[in-house]
Design a protein around this ligand. Sequence first.
Ligand SMILES: Cc1cc2nc3c(=O)[nH]c(=O)nc-3n(C[C@H](O)[C@H](O)[C@H](O)COP(=O)(O)OP(=O)(O)OC[C@H]3O[C@@H](n4cnc5c(N)ncnc54)[C@H](O)[C@@H]3O)c2cc1C
Length: 377
Amino acid sequence: MEPLLQLFDAHVRGVVEKRDDVQLVDTTFAQLTTLHLGGRPAHTLRCTTRDAVVDIVQLLDKHNIPLLVVGGGSNLVIADGDIPLIAVIVACDEIYLDKETGELEADAGAVWDTVVSLSVDQGMGGIECLSGIPGSAGATPVQNVGAYGVEIADVLTEVELYRRDTGVREWVRSADLELSYRYSNLKFTNKAVVLGIRLRLRNDGLSAPLRFGELARVLNVSVNEIEARRLATTVRAEVLRLRKKKGMVYNPDDHDTWSAGSFFTNPIVSPEVVQHVRTVVEKLHGADDAAAMPCFDASGGRKKLSAAWLIERAGYPKGYPEDGPARLSTKHTLALTNRGSATTEDLVELARTVRNGVEKTFGVSLAPEPVWVGVSL
Ligand SMILES: Cc1cc2nc3c(=O)[nH]c(=O)nc-3n(C[C@H](O)[C@H](O)[C@H](O)COP(=O)(O)OP(=O)(O)OC[C@H]3O[C@@H](n4cnc5c(N)ncnc54)[C@H](O)[C@@H]3O)c2cc1C
């Protein structure tokens, strides 16, 4: 830690002191993340303009000072103890909306749900199904956030990037990010910082097509209704209601939401693996359960299974283990939660138990969704 602190004092501190769009803040990752876990970074810099983000990242890179870009901290698992890096919080948060064209531009540090609520309130549709997802606008392309049948890829047109490998700042088309299920070519690479995003929204106040069964049912969409849409305001209210029931809206007073959301991605497997899993489920839980196993088409003839469903069938119910400092949420099997006194090691131990149990029972390997720093499964 000492050499890093010296480098910081020699090359960065003076620059920070001269700017009013960068603040040195005293904080730990436990305070910065929705899991409320993680130790203390060497320093934390809060950047309130896009230029500040670029200048600070460029400066730290120039002096080979390790850094972590942080948005809302809702998809981060950070080790306990001292973390030898500078946390760079992206805190620029302007939002611009052109109601005529439906074009919305947000600074990367804008709170994502504020972007959604503002757009819906202004009569725009397209992102209402992404209501209640914690974190920043700039992180949404990083893992192509998605919920209730919609992904950011559906509306994202361009992102402004600062490319750390080349030093270039530029707008790039969404197609260049290779967005797919919980993936972009930015995820896990640290090669670029998102400075801003541009979305193309509908300006007729209607939602995106309702393709997610549970949501369509509560909005009374009949099976014959193709590409059904409803008022974006109605859909947002319903999504928030469903998410709250599952502990998927972050609430500091509710330990079921002290999580990183879905901890594992839904596994995408071959039809042969599906058959094997079904046979095991039938043996353990009976034919009816096996027939009801959620299984959706994915690209290339592969199938997507439900990680939450497999976890429950492997013997890990909601709230497991009853007395642990880290537990599965009592509202949703896929959220690993800190009950208030957990350490990162406790959470990782629980993740290992669940992942190994699912692998042993079904031969399916679950991949974690969050970004890990200083710790691994
Ligand atoms: C209760 C709860 C519910 C959730 N529900 C969903 C859901 O329904 N769907 C879903 O997809 N996700 C969900 N998540 C996960 C999480 O909210 C999203 O992944 C979110 O986009 C993370 O944003 P963040 O700003 O908090 O990112 P952080 O946690 O701060 O960072 C995550 C990663 O992105 C990088 N990053 C952050 N900002 C930038 C930037 N500007 N430029 C480059 N890299 C950046 C970080 O370096 C890190 O690698 C949920 C999480 C919680 C806690």
